[in-house]
Design a protein around this ligand. Structure first.
Ligand code: MG
Length: 162
């Protein structure tokens, strides 16, 4: 079978939101009146979805296989460090990241004021160009648990080039 030059991958993650936790997205701490993600790591749901998209594009497993949440080394882990490790994993397999597009789903706070900072944080960590990382945000229109403010989800796609 011929090796494909370009490959796409998809990632999804969700975390519960509770009082007394930080809300960290793309390595940026978002002011959120003390409501943040409950997680073994820093709960950066956006970066977790992006890691899975990158790994998925390379058919290289997922974030759970590389950084198991049963492993004490990853308690409170900075997800941006894991993101850099994921880039190294696909690089070792002969791929470079072309671009990433992601959507965050949560009711509040509004992400729009932090969108550019989040994009800059991710693309800087991955050494990607200005238009190579896109982060969008939407509410869940008050539908379901995410709509009730009980959780936050993120979806991401990534493209790799051999
Ligand atoms: Mg996660």
């Amino acid at each position: 079978m011929a090796e494909h030059v370009y490959r796409t991958g998809f990632g999804y993650d969700v975390h519960r939101l509770e009082q007394g936790h930080p809300l960290i997205l793309g390595g940026i701490t978002i002011p959120s009146d003390g409501i943040g993600t409950v997680a073994h790591s820093d709960g950066d749901v956006l970066v977790h979805a992006i890691c899975d998209a990158i790994l998925g594009a390379g058919a290289l497993g997922d974030i759970g296989t590389h950084f198991p949440d049963t492993d004490e080394r990853y308690r409170g882990a900075n997800s941006m460090v894991l993101l850099a490790e994921v880039q190294q994993i696909v690089s070792d397999a002969g791929y470079q990241i072309v671009n990433i597009d992601a959507t965050i789903v949560l009711e509040r706070p509004k992400i729009a004021p932090y969108r550019t900072s989040i994009e800059d944080s991710i693309r800087t960590r991955l050494n990607l160009g200005r238009h190579d990382v896109s982060v969008k945000a939407t509410t869940n229109e008050q539908l379901g648990p995410i709509g009730a403010g009980q959780g936050i989800a993120a979806y991401a796609v990534a493209m790799l080039r051999r």
